[in-house]
Design a protein around this ligand. Structure first.
Ligand code: B12
Length: 153
């Protein structure tokens, strides 16, 4: 699932990520721009629960919006373990604020892809693809749930 954050009206970053994920063979729901936190959370619940929530934001308020949303997600028992990443231009300086990534990871994101002078979009995308591979490997490596002795007889 791909989504923006509540303050962010930029759309092409979402379209870009949707196409990137679809080209890699994933089915993608695009929640769209400026979604209230509750809309993102509702989209992730129940039968529609995604394997991964990818947040993208470029207006510079990603740190604030991202922190608020990840805290709400991690505080919700149903969504606390959902894999969630965030990426884009996360600070108002465009080139990135030092420390933003660490703060977002500490708050509960599984990965942060922040554009900065040393981290070009090309490199972010390469890192994101590597993350997807790691996530898929971890999922297939997880042993199936153990069936209690005597069950199903
Ligand atoms: C088009 C545009 C707009 C349009 C958006 C229209 C629309 N429907 O999308 C409009 C006019 C509405 C707009 C408004 C604003 N904008 Co504007 N906008 C742009 C612009 C020119 C292009 C954005 C774009 O479409 N890029 C194409 C997409 C495909 O690329 P991208 O967004 O850069 O994303 C890439 C990477 O960041 C990365 N990526 C992004 N997300 C993620 C997530 C993950 C997980 C990964 C791995 C990678 C990744 O991958 C993408 C492809 O490489 C940029 C400047 C620029 N040249 O980038 C400014 C820009 C993003 N805007 C900016 C600003 C400040 C604003 C406003 C606040 C301006 C204002 N004062 O009103 C408002 C904010 C409105 C809001 N509520 O969000 C700034 C943000 C600065 C910052 N972060 O420090 C920019 C960078 C301009 C600038 N240089 O100052 N904007």
């Amino acid at each position: 699932m791909v989504s923006s954050v509540s303050s962010d009206a930029h759309m092409w970053n979402l379209v870009f990520l949707q196409l990137l994920l679809e080209e890699a063979g994933h089915e993608v729901t695009n929640v769209g721009v400026c979604p209230p936190d509750g809309t993102v959370m509702a989209a992730c619940r129940g039968a529609d629960r995604p394997d991964l929530l990818v947040l993208s934001t470029v207006n510079g308020h990603g740190r604030l919006d991202g922190l608020r949303l990840i805290r709400a997600l991690r505080a919700d028992p149903e969504l606390a373990a959902l894999p969630v990443v965030i990426g884009g231009k996360l600070g108002v300086r465009g080139s990135g604020d030092p420390g933003v990534g660490r703060q977002l990871l500490d708050a509960g994101f599984d990965a942060v892809f922040a554009e900065s002078r040393g981290n070009t979009p090309e490199r972010m995308v390469a890192d994101f693809r590597a993350f997807l591979t790691t996530l898929a490997t971890a999922r297939t490596a997880t042993p199936p749930p153990r069936i209690p002795a005597g069950a199903g007889r």
